[in-house]
Design a protein around this ligand. Structure first.
Ligand code: SF4
Length: 366
């Protein structure tokens, strides 16, 4: 019998696991408030206290040199760049950025450094080991939430190491956890179209599996809105759920839509951007399908603070990072990347009826 919303709702209330047909009903359900209420029910089951967490942190894009040329990216400069805009941050520049965070951030407790960059042929594993060791020694409060599957695979390749050896060495040098970036959509047809030079689904999942086996927690992300069928988003969610069943290593899930401005893929799609409505139904569906994920994070950088605030009633329990300095989605024209001051973030959380509470990267309270 085909699933309908009432059937899926009954399964959720009974605490049953949803299947593919159920997920299809949810992601195409036209009544957003019904969908939100169901996702909120699950969120309240997992997090009964009315608390929304956040982390004090900043982005550091350590290099913009990259040869991959993803169709959705406006951030990179090619290794043979002649514009003078290609960069790799020197140690002193990295220090200055951390000190900026420590100066504007909270006086105590862990802060998160989200270190991400391009695939720069000049940076082998010893560069990362030096940087990580230096940052950890100089700033013990700074947690390194760093790299992506794509970066790790490339570091392994150009350093002549296995992926396992690479992750183990990076961990020994101070890598604390790995962001889910680079997942885009875990659907090979979509990947082959939007980022043909990136790893395919199985390789992304295998790398995350190895990281989890080595004791690193990672987040999982999804970038949708690249002209894909809704089925591709479901492929993504079920792939994540299966791996989480196996390893339990994902700390959180974060979704955002493709930011088309200034990108070749955006041009081919007529710069169409998916809506806030689409974000809310996608995040609510994710909350309901990903029954083995404890945390869903808002993406205020791409959705804006107001939609992020509304997402707190659509299954989201975390507002993410204070995100001092973001260069990747802002290069693609997003308007929300001015730093959201912590006071404004906590106001948005409190106005929605929650207590704002600071956490570490791995979701312990500070
Ligand atoms: S998304 Fe990442 S891998 Fe792709 S071109 Fe941009 S920097 Fe390179």
């Amino acid at each position: 019998m085909p699933s309908d919303f009432a059937t899926v709702e009954a399964k959720v209330i009974a605490g049953e696991r949803l299947d593919r047909a159920d997920a299809r009903v949810l992601i195409s359900h036209p009544d957003l408030t019904q969908l939100g209420a169901l996702a909120d029910l699950v969120r309240r089951r997992l997090h009964p206290e009315p608390i929304v967490s956040y982390v004090v942190g900043r982005n550091i894009n350590y290099t913009n040199v990259c040869w991959v040329q993803c169709g959705f990216c406006a951030f990179y400069r090619r290794p043979d760049d002649k514009t003078g805009e290609a960069y790799t941050l020197a140690q002193e520049e990295l220090h200055a950025k951390v000190e900026e965070l420590l100066a504007v951030g909270e006086p105590e407790g862990q802060v998160e450094l989200l270190l991400q960059g391009g695939l720069n042929p000049k940076l082998k594993i010893d560069w990362y080991e030096d940087v990580f060791r230096d940052l950890r020694a100089k700033y013990p409060r700074a947690w390194l939430h760093a790299l992506s599957v794509t970066e790790i695979l490339y570091i392994a390749k150009i350093s002549g190491l296995s992926v396992r050896e690479t992750i183990a060495r990076l961990k020994a040098a101070g890598l604390g956890s790995i962001p889910g970036a680079g997942a885009e959509l875990l659907d090979d047809e979509v990947r082959a179209r939007v980022a043909p030079h990136k790893e395919m689904t199985a390789e992304w999942l295998d790398t995350m599996r190895i990281a989890h086996e080595l004791g690193l927690r990672t987040s999982a992300t999804m970038m949708y809105g690249v002209g894909e069928p809704l089925e591709a988003r479901l492929n993504h969610l079920f792939a994540l759920r299966d791996l989480q069943d196996e390893t339990g290593g994902f700390s959180a899930f974060i979704a955002w839509n493709f930011q088309p401005e200034a990108t070749p893929l955006g041009e081919s799609l007529g710069y169409a951007k998916t809506s806030g409505y689409d974000y809310l139904r996608t995040i609510a569906t994710a909350r309901l399908v990903l029954d083995n994920f404890a945390n869903l994070q808002a993406s205020w950088v791409t959705q804006g603070p107001k939609i992020a605030q509304i997402s707190l009633r659509f299954g989201v329990n975390d507002f993410g990072s204070t995100m001092l300095e973001e260069n990747v989605v802002s290069a693609a024209g997003t308007d929300f990347t001015d730093d959201l001051p912590l006071s404004e973030m906590t106001r948005l959380i409190e106005d929605a009826g929650y207590e704002a509470r600071r956490r570490t990267t791995l979701y312990d309270w500070v």
